[in-house]
Structures are given as C-alpha cells and as structure tokens.
Write a new protein. Structure first.
Length: 381
C-alpha cells in the first residue's frame, strides 16, 4: 500500500523535474537568441540606427531617455524594499505569514540576479566593451559579441545593469497563489519598465540589445528558480520541520537584511557622473607632431579639422560614482622640438564603479597635412 509520504515525495520529485526542464528551456532560448544575434549581427544593426559620426548618439540627451537613465532604477529599489519590509513584518504579524515566501522571492531575486550575478560578477569580468567604446561608433576598442568573454575590466556592457532593476518586477510572479492580479500586474510592469530601460541604454550607446536580453534572462531564470525551489517558510514550514532552530532564522534574517541593504544602498547612492573639460591649444611654429597622453585607457580618441584657426582639446569624463564622488582633471602642454605633448592626469577622491574618458582634438583645417597626431602612453608621476 502506498504511503501518503511516498506520494508526497513523488509529487515533489515530479515538480522539481518540471522546474529543471523549465529552467533548461529558458537557458536554451537565451542561447538561441544569442546565436541568432551573432550570426545576423543584430546588435550592431540595431545600434547603428541611433548613432551617426556627425551627431554621435543623437537621442542620448532627450528628456525621456535621460530621465530613465537617472531615475529608472528607483521603482525596482522601492519594490524590493517594500517586499523586505513585508517579509520582516510577517514575523510579527501572523496574517502576513502566507506572504512571507513570495516577498523573499522578490528580495532574493534583486540580491542574487541584479546585485550579485549581473553587477558584481558578469559586468566586472566578462569584458565586453559598450557600443560607445567600440571602433564602429567612435571608440578605441574592437567590437565583441557576447561569446567568448573578453578581457576582464575592458568594458562593462554585458549584461545591462539598469535593465535588471526594471525586470526585477518579474519576481512578482511568486505572488500568483496569493493574488493573481498582483502577480500579473507585477510581471507586466517588469516587462514594460525593463523594456523602457533597455531602450534607453541602447539609444544612449551604453548597451547592445543582447545585453538587455541577457538581463531579462538572468532575472527571469533567477526568479523562476526561487519560485520553484525556495523552501517554504512560516507555519507550513514549521509543520514539515518543527526542529528548525531560532538561530538559523536569525542568521537568515540578518544575512538577507545586510545583503539587501548593501545592494539597495549601492543603487540608491550610485549616481551617473558626466563632466566636460575643454582646453585651448597653442600651436608653436615648427610643430609637426602632437602627442596626447592620459593616465587612463580612453574609450575613444577623435581628431577633427575645422575652418576656424584654433586648436582645442575636449575631454568628456563619465561613469558611475558613489555618494559625494570627487573628480579632478589636470592638463599640461609640453612643447619639445617639433613635438607638442598634451598631458591629461585625472584624480579621484572617492570610488567610481566605472570611469571612462572620451577625447576629441580639434585642429585648424590648414594643419591637416602638416601635423601627425598620436595617442601615446602616459608617463607622469
């Protein structure tokens, strides 16, 4: 005679098998999309619609995209913090115990997918240059598809960090047993907000479309795994394992609180940095070579010639810093014989998650044939 416990274990095994199949299908679909994107060069085709050599990323500063860039991650942060507060309250209010597990799904999706996998691991070590950093779009680095990975630190395009904070709303699918309306509304919000953030980052030259697709995939698979496999909590969990200690609960509580606090604090205080510096250049007689040096690996260096009889070096410094970040740029011009060396040295007084430089040297049209311009290594103090 089949025992109830045996039937329960069989149902659990079948459920786990279905869960693994669902995750495998999601991952296979992600790989298939990546193969198609690489084969048809979809990334550069889409990106090319938003860039021209004359205008650059001509939609980047339009109000909608700029607003999404600066503030688009805040709804995801608020959603995660609300879920964390509800989870904590469930330990004090019995009627909230049924909401404990889905709230924890939301919190852990943000921590694991957005905080750990995307921003701490893949972006830092995959080494895929952003569109604006590649030769095709005015940069210095060669374009890289997603596979194989590049040099760690040489580009942080893969996947899209902003997009993940829109897609975290997909974790609301975990509420389906408590509220189908909340579940469907959350998933719809995630697709819309994540899609808007993806569009913003693509038109700004910060990410390729496949970076956004993988952000969706990482968040989606993480949320799916948590919904399927996160152990039950609350009264149901105590019925199955009444021996679970208070100490383990406390460790889980404190650990999750610290992890979410760090991730949320990082996103709340991580701010875009963008500053432009322009330096007039004096061209002494007899100069036939200009060397430009900066104590960084610039994402691009452009030389342009204009009818105006003036020379100017422009530096766009941009990235992401925390709290009250400090940035200084020092410029010096050193003529020596027939060579003019232009040196740029930047200093930071706080931590930057990313910091890039775009250099543009403008020279008189009359100097086109008599001047050689080179970007050279920096050998300052």
């Amino acid at each position: 005679m089949t025992q109830p416990s045996d039937m329960h274990n069989t149902e659990l095994s079948a459920s786990k098998m279905v869960g693994w199949q669902l995750l495998a299908i999601q991952f296979a679909l992600l790989l298939l999309i990546t193969i198609i994107f690489t084969w048809l060069d979809v990334d550069r085709t889409i990106t090319g619609y938003f860039y021209t050599p004359e205008q650059g990323w001509f939609l980047a500063r339009q109000p909608l995209w700029h607003w999404l860039y600066r503030y688009g991650t805040i709804p995801g942060i608020v959603f995660t913090l609300a879920a964390l507060l509800a989870w904590l309250a469930s330990f004090l209010t019995p009627r909230l115990q049924a909401w404990r597990r889905p709230c924890l799904v939301v919190v852990l999706t943000t921590v694991l997918a957005a905080g750990f996998l995307v921003n701490s691991v893949l972006k830092q070590y995959w080494g895929r240059p952003r569109p604006s950093q590649t030769v095709s779009y005015g940069g210095n680095w060669e374009y890289r598809p997603i596979f194989p990975p590049g040099t760690p630190g040489k580009g942080a395009s893969f996947p899209c960090g902003h997009c993940t904070m829109g897609f975290v709303f997909l974790a609301a699918a975990g509420f389906h047993q408590r509220s189908k309306l909340l579940s469907i509304g959350g998933v719809a919000t995630g697709l819309v907000l994540g899609g808007l953030l993806s569009a913003a980052r693509v038109v700004q030259g910060a990410h390729f479309t496949s970076d956004a697709v993988w952000a969706l995939g990482v968040v989606g698979m993480t949320a799916t795994a948590l919904i399927l496999y996160l152990p039950q909590t609350g009264s149901a969990r105590r019925t199955v394992r009444p021996s679970r200690s208070t100490r383990r609960k406390l460790i889980l509580l404190v650990g999750s609180l610290l992890a979410v606090g760090l991730v949320a604090g990082g996103f709340l205080t991580r701010r875009p940095f963008y500053s432009t510096y322009s330096y007039p250049i004096d061209l002494p007689p007899g100069i036939s070579r200009i060397e430009v040096a900066i104590n960084a690996d610039p994402e691009n260096f452009k030389v342009a010639y204009r009818d105006k009889q003036e020379a100017r070096l422009q530096v766009d410094a941009h990235g992401f810093g925390w709290i009250n970040f400090v940035y200084r740029l020092h410029f010096a011009s050193h003529p020596a014989g027939n060579t003019l060396r232009l040196e740029l040295q930047h200093e930071t007084g706080s931590y930057f998650a990313e910091l890039d430089h775009a250099l543009a040297l403008t020279l008189p049209e009359t100097a086109r044939d008599r001047l050689e311009v080179k970007l050279v290594p920096f050998h300052g103090n």
